[in-house]
Design a binder for this molecule. Structure first.
Ligand SMILES: Nc1ncnc2c1ncn2[C@@H]1O[C@H](COP(=O)(O)OP(=O)(O)OP(=O)(O)O)[C@@H](O)[C@H]1O
Length: 366
């Protein structure tokens, strides 16, 4: 087990990087604590695999340090870092039996054969591979092969961390949940630091205690699934987490708050003070569809909207509305009778978020 510390870490694939966009990993500081399960969540191309490969040692970063338990490992080759990496496509030796595949890392380390046998059997039992131990790996199904890949990471006693790079991509959808549950169980049993890369928010939140959301080479928020939902720290987290994602629009300053497409919206005074003190013109507001309150009748502090359409998603409905020039979505309970032409919405102050330069700003707690 290890604590993994990224210190001023940065990486560019270009020879002469001079703009932030030239970096696949923009300078970051981050700690993955001992024995926790993390997800690294982000869209294609945001730098997830690059970061994983730097941690495992397959790639040398252009700047900064990686420390395992406070020891700098930049110059330590992958085979000496005691990191197991499970890739999208299973890495198994097809001509070997499952037993020999699982035994391979131990025999490589000259572990005595009785211990190899005991350990392989222990791991095979956990991964439910006992019945195929004598089979050649080439005759396995994709999910069995991926379990063998994982097993090879788990057999070593001294493994510091396991890194998973989208390990369920090639697995049939009906088996995915089973393997995901298995991984969770393994984490609870072994207490190994695990980092799980995915672009699927459901996978991330069922696997991890905490999720690091990556965007454009940066970790823009690190938190529990609930924190990412309730307090998206960056507009990207708002868009990316949730279905549908957060309603977000660009706005201009007005004396009492913000203004967009014919709508003047006052902000709580503390928040408005922060906005008025900022010199940035990149200002946005956002609210999750779950928190938009919709009514048939006007009430104090409400905004009148045009109803665009309603989508019935089985267990809930999504109502599309137009407020000024802002198209917003509201989630309603399945049995709600929704307005058809005109609706009145209110935005509870607690859930209306203000973003300056894409990051959320908040009033200091008193
Ligand atoms: N070997 C390489 N040479 C040059 N650029 C690369 C190389 N590998 C990745 N990149 C670039 O670095 C950025 C980050 O890529 P990376 O593969 O780390 O992203 P990712 O989040 O893992 O994406 P995906 O989910 O598609 O695997 C991308 O812009 C990509 O084009």
């Amino acid at each position: 087990m290890a604590e993994i510390h990224l210190k001023s870490l940065a990486h560019s694939y270009s020879k002469n990087p001079n703009r932030p966009e030239d970096y696949a990993i923009r300078e970051m500081n981050h700690v993955w604590e001992h024995g926790k399960a993390y997800a690294l969540l982000g869209p294609s191309g945001c730098g997830k695999s690059t970061l994983l490969n730097i941690i495992s040692g397959l790639l040398s970063p252009s700047g900064g340090e990686i420390r395992f338990d406070n020891v700098v490992v930049n110059d330590i080759p992958p085979e000496d870092r005691n990191i197991a990496q499970v890739f999208q496509f299973p890495v198994v030796y097809d001509s070997m039996t499952v037993f020999d595949n699982l035994a391979f890392p131990l025999r490589n380390q000259k572990v005595p054969e009785p211990k190899v046998i005991a350990k392989v059997n222990e791991i095979a039992e956990i991964l439910e591979l006992q019945d195929v131990l004598k089979k050649k790996a080439k005759n396995l199904t994709a999910d069995e092969k991926q379990k063998v890949s994982m097993g090879r990471g788990l057999v070593r006693d001294n493994v510091s961390a396991i890194l998973f790079d989208e390990p369920l991509t090639v697995i049939d959808p009906h088996l995915k949940w089973k393997l995901r549950r298995k991984l969770k169980q393994i984490h609870e049993q072994f207490n190994i630091t695990m980092v799980y890369v995915t672009h699927d928010q459901l996978e991330a939140s069922t696997f991890a205690d905490q999720i690091a959301v990556m965007y454009d080479g940066q970790i823009v928020q690190f938190g529990t699934p609930r924190e990412l939902f309730e307090r998206p720290n960056h507009t990207f987290v708002g868009y990316f987490i949730g279905s549908p994602g957060m309603n977000i629009t660009e706005v201009r300053r007005s004396p009492e708050g913000v203004f967009f497409g014919g709508v003047d919206m006052a902000l709580p005074s503390g928040l408005n003070d922060i906005l008025q003190a900022s010199s940035s013109n990149n200002v946005k507001i956002g609210i999750r569809p779950e928190f938009v309150q919709v009514s048939h009748e006007p009430s104090e502090g409400c905004y009148q909207c045009e109803v665009l359409f309603e989508e019935d998603l089985g267990t809930y409905k999504v109502l599309a509305l137009k407020l000024g020039d802002w198209e917003i979505k509201a989630i309603l309970e399945e049995n709600t009778v929704s307005p058809t032409k005109t609706a009145y919405v209110t935005f509870p102050a607690q859930w209306l978020k203000l973003y300056i330069d894409e990051y959320m700003v908040e009033e200091a707690e008193s």
